[in-house]
Design a protein around this ligand. Structure first.
Ligand code: NI
Length: 168
């Protein structure tokens, strides 16, 4: 297992669109376990492959208190959505920024697991937010893009300043 470097906004690679997974092999399972390890170490509640510069439709999520309920969603698709919620979101690619975003309250999702088996999941509240947030990453979208242009440019310059400080 290995910790993977996480891309930081506004890295243009965060805007790449992930491709569907067709082959469920050991290499994929290694990616999934490395992503889980990276997410737990960060620590975070979700990570999309896009964030580790792998542009395939793979997501890992764990919103449990005990960090013992890993969900792996490969090629996730939303079957239905219902209701509205506003939740303050953060992102491992935008460290230190927390902003409220509008999301569906409930979602029905279909996905494959790491062995290629299709399953369905009904998600509410935080898990639903997390799934929608991570699925956006696979489409090349970062949550700050829901905010006003002014907020986005403030966040962008803060991130760039931080990156320069780290590089110095
Ligand atoms: Ni994120």
């Amino acid at each position: 297992m290995a910790l993977l470097p996480i891309l930081t906004y506004p890295d243009p690679r965060l805007h790449k669109v992930a491709q569907p997974v067709r082959v469920f092999d050991d290499e994929l399972r290694r990616l999934v376990s490395d992503m889980a390890e990276t997410m737990y170490a960060a620590p975070g509640v979700g990570l999309a492959a896009t964030q580790v510069d792998v542009h395939r439709q793979v997501i890992v999520i764990d919103v449990s208190e005990a960090h013992d309920d890993l969900q792996v969603l490969i090629n996730p698709r939303i079957l239905w959505r219902d209701g509205t919620q506003y939740c303050e979101e953060g992102c491992l690619s935008v460290p230190g920024i927390y902003e409220e975003v509008e999301r569906a309250q409930h979602v029905g999702v279909e996905a494959e697991d790491a062995d290629g088996k299709t399953f369905r999941l009904e998600a509410h509240d935080l898990l639903a937010v997390c799934i929608q947030h991570e699925m956006d990453h696979l489409k090349g979208k970062v949550f700050v893009e829901y905010l006003s242009r002014l907020k986005q440019s403030r966040i962008k310059s803060r991130m760039e300043k931080e990156a320069r400080r780290k590089a110095a």
